[in-house]
Design a protein around this ligand. Structure first.
Ligand SMILES: [Fe+2]
Ligand SMILES: [Fe+2]
Length: 202
């Protein structure tokens, strides 16, 4: 099984130890392991899944103000939704820190990191694997997590659609901002041709 280079793995974990909380480190390790498993099951590159899983939240140690300032320092112009809820910026800032501080150059890894929260209408299998791993990694606790974990064994994009829909409902119930990109992803997942939905590699 192709896995992430051991030296890189140690470097990424050290970076997380230095920049995010212990809880976030445990979550990131869980996402990486789960992403590897899903990658093998659904035909994505496990080494890229592991790298994106480890680094997807590497900017989470920043305060909301630092998140906005860092995004701007990298040349981003946060939109009105991201300014109201800077949490929406963390996938982009994580990808930019991964590139700047850890030398990640792989476009697929950086894209999977960028898309792990709001997704995109044209999610790749790797993007979907990292997204779903973020929902179901072992330390995740929410009421229907076990159901989503069970569904994830049988389908990738359908399960991601279910998980995303429930998250959108929660977001709306909380009165929080729902980014338009999330809605575009939801519609694209619903309209995805059946034949493209499930390609399982057992
Ligand atoms: Fe995240
Ligand atoms: Fe995460």
């Amino acid at each position: 099984m192709k896995r992430l280079d051991e030296t890189l793995r140690k470097t990424y974990i050290q970076y997380l130890e230095d920049h995010v909380s212990k809880k976030r480190l445990v979550h990131s390790l869980g996402v990486a392991e789960t992403a590897v498993r899903l990658a093998l099951r659904y035909g994505a590159d496990p080494a890229k899944a592991e790298a994106a899983g480890l680094l997807h939240d590497c900017s989470k140690g920043l305060s909301p103000e630092e998140m906005v300032a860092t995004a701007r320092a990298f040349g981003m112009r946060p939109d009105e939704y991201q300014l109201v809820n800077p949490e929406l910026l963390h996938p982009y800032v994580s990808a930019m820190l991964a590139a700047r501080d850890l030398g990640v150059t792989d476009g697929e890894v950086l894209t999977a990191i960028r898309r792990h929260m709001c997704g995109a209408p044209d999610l790749s299998t790797l993007d979907a694997v990292v997204n779903l791993a973020d929902y179901i990694e072992p330390s995740r606790k929410y009421p229907d997590v076990d159901e989503i974990r069970r569904l994830a064994e049988g389908s990738l994009f359908d399960t991601l659609c279910t998980a995303l829909g429930r998250t959108m409902i929660l977001t709306i119930r909380q009165g929080s901002v729902l980014h338009p990109d999330t809605l575009l992803t939801w519609n694209a997942l619903l309209l995805r041709p059946k034949s493209e939905k499930e390609k399982k590699h057992d």
